[in-house]
Design a protein around this ligand. Structure first.
Ligand code: ZN
Length: 459
C-alpha cells in the first residue's frame, strides 16, 4: 500500500496551500488555496491541477483564509463534487470570504473588459459568485478533537491552532500512515483565541514556515495604540485604521475595549466601516468555545470582548460616505487592510491631507503597494486619479501578526509528542523555509526537506 503527497501549492511560497494525498483507494485534497500576490504565482490559479477533479473523494480545510480555500469554487466548477470538511467556524467564515473573493474576481474581469486590458476576449473571472455559493453546498462541519471517519477506514482530526477563528491542524490517518498538516500556526499569549494545541506526530509532518527565520518585534501594540489615539484626540483629529476584516479587526476592537475599560483613552466613537469586518465580528461573537480564559471572563460579565463602548457598524455605502462630513474625533476601522480597494480609499482621500489625523497601519503592506508608499514617507498619494498631499501622521504597529514566529513554531514542535519520519517545511518564502528546515534538523535531528511546486513524495 503506498500513500503519496503532492505539493500543489505553498511550496517555495507562502500562498496557494493545497496538497493532494493519494492511496491505492482514495484521492484527497487538503486545503484548496488560491495563489495571491506575485503575478507569476497568480497565473497558476488558471492551471488545471493535473488530477481529475471528479475523482477527488474528500477535501479537508485547515482554516478559512483564501490562500487555503479560495480555489475551491473554480475546482468545483470544473468537476470537484466531494464533501468539503472543516470546523464549524471555518464553515461560517467561508460563507463570508468565498463569495467576497468571487465578487473581486468578477469585478476585476469587468474592469479588464472595460479597459481592454486582457489578452482574452472577453476576460472571464476565475470564478463567479454563483460558483462560490454552489461550492459552499459541499461543506460539512466537524467538531474539534474528534477523530472523524471521512471515508471508509480514513480518519481525520482537527485541533485548534489559534491563528484565526476555526483554524486547525489536521491529522490524517490513511492506510497505515499518519500525516499531520500544521495549517497556519497561531501565536501564544495573544488575546481572544486559545493557544495552538499540541498533538502526536506520525509519519509525515507538513509544517508552515512563514516566519521560519524571523522573530516578531515586541513593540507593545497596546501602548502604541494608546499613544496614537490620545495624540490624535489632542489634535482633534480622526484615527483611520486600514485593517484585515477577519482576525485583525476583532483584535483591534478587543484592545480598544480594554483601553476604554481601563480609562487609558477617551470614550470616542469607534466605527467599523467594512461589511466583511462586520460579518466576521458577528461570527467571532457567535463561536465563543474557542476563546481563551481572558475573553471568557469578559463574556461571563455579560459583555462581548469585541464591543467597546460607542462602537458603530455602518449599514451601507451611504452611511460610509456620511462619515466624511464628520470632523469630531473618532476611530475608523475599514478595509481593505492592504489598501488595494474598498471603502478605506475614500477615508484616505478625506483624511490623509490633514495634519490633525492619523493613518495607523496594523498589518503587512506589500512592497510597491499604497501602504508601502505611504510608510516610506512619500509626500503625495495617487487616489481616484488625483495626486493627494500626505500631511496626516503616519503610524505603524508591527506586532499584530497572526502567524507564529520562529520561536513560537519551535515551541509548538516541542509541545508535540512523537518523532515524525519526514518533515516537509512548507508555506514560507524560500529562505525562510530553508532556514527553518535547517533549524529543525539541527535542534531535533528531524529529517526535513523543502518541497518543490508539484513535487510528489511517498509517505
Ligand atoms: Zn491563514
Amino acid at each position: 500500500m503506498t500513500v503519496t503527497v503532492k505539493f500543489l501549492g505553498a511550496a517555495g511560497t507562502v500562498t496557494g496551500s493545497k496538497y493532494l494525498v493519494r492511496s491505492d483507494k482514495y484521492t484527497l485534497l487538503v486545503d484548496a488555496g488560491l495563489f495571491q500576490g506575485k503575478r507569476e504565482w497568480r497565473e497558476r490559479n488558471w492551471n488545471h491541477p493535473d488530477v481529475a477533479l471528479e475523482s477527488i473523494d474528500a477535501t479537508l480545510l485547515t482554516h478559512a483564509h483564501i490562500d487555503h480555500t479560495g480555489i475551491l469554487p473554480r475546482y468545483h466548477a470544473q468537476g470537484l463534487s466531494c464533501p468539503v470538511y472543516c470546523t464549524v467556524p471555518t464553515h461560517s467564515l467561508s460563507k463570508i470570504l468565498l463569495p467576497d473573493s468571487a465578487y473581486l474576481h468578477e469585478e476585476e474581469a469587468e474592469f479588464r473588459n472595460k479597459k481592454g486590458k486582457s489578452k482574452h476576449h472577453p476576460a472571464l473571472p476565475l470564478y463567479t459568485v454563483r460558483d462560490a455559493e454552489s461550492s459552499l453546498n459541499l461543506f460539512q462541519s466537524v467538531e474539534f478533537n474528534v477523530n472523524v471517519e471521512i471515508l471508509p477506514g480514513v480518519f481525520a482530526e482537527w485541533r485548534r491552532m489559534g491563528h484565526i477563528l476555526g483554524a486547525a491542524s489536521i491529522t490524517l490517518s490513511i492506510e497505515d500512515k499518519v500525516i499531520t498538516f500544521s495549517g497556519d500556526i497561531g501565536r501564544y499569549s495573544i488575546p481572544i483565541l486559545k493557544d495552538p494545541e499540541p498533538l502526536e506526530l506520525g509519519d509525515l509532518l507538513l509544517i508552515e514556515s512563514t516566519y521560519g527565520n524571523r522573530l516578531h518585534e515586541n513593540d507593545r501594540p497596546k501602548e502604541i495604540l494608546t499613544n496614537v489615539i490620545n495624540d490624535t484626540v489632542k489634535r482633534k483629529g480622526v484615527v483611520v485604521i486600514p485593517s484585515f476584516a477577519v482576525g485583525r479587526a476583532q483584535l483591534l476592537l478587543y484592545y480598544i475595549r480594554e483601553l476604554k475599560d481601563q480609562g487609558k483613552i477617551p470614550d470616542i466613537p469607534v466605527i467599523i466601516d467594512s461589511p466583511m469586518a462586520t460579518d466576521a465580528t458577528a461570527t467571532y461573537k457567535q463561536h465563543t468555545e474557542g476563546y481563551d480564559k481572558e475573553a471568557m471572563a469578559i463574556l461571563k460579565e455579560g459583555r462581548s470582548p469585541f464591543e467597546p463602548s460607542k462602537v458603530y457598524y455602518t449599514k451601507d455605502r451611504r452611511e460610509s460616505k456620511k462619515l466624511n462630513g464628520i470632523d469630531d474625533s473618532m476611530i475608523i476601522i475599514s478595509a481593505s487592510g492592504m489598501l488595494s480597494g474598498g471603502r478605506i480609499l475614500h477615508h484616505l482621500l478625506h483624511r490623509i491631507s490633514s495634519p490633525s489625523n492619523t493613518i495607523l497601519f496594523v498589518g503587512y503592506q506589500p512592497p510597491g503597494g499604497r501602504g508601502d508608499w505611504i510608510l516610506k514617507g512619500s509626500k503625495t498619494l495617487r487616489l481616484f486619479g488625483d495626486e493627494v498631499p500626505i500631511r496626516a501622521q503616519i503610524e505603524e504597529i508591527d506586532g499584530l501578526s497572526a502567524h507564529a514566529d520562529r520561536d513560537e513554531l519551535l515551541r509548538w514542535c516541542e509541545s508535540c509528542s512523537g518523532t515524525p519520519s519526514q518533515v516537509a517545511v512548507v508555506h514560507g518564502e524560500p529562505d525562510s523555509a530553508k532556514d527553518f528546515a535547517e533549524t529543525l534538523k539541527q535542534k531535533y535531528s528531524w529529517d526535513t526537506f523543502t518541497p518543490k511546486y508539484h513535487q510528489e513524495v511517498e509517505v
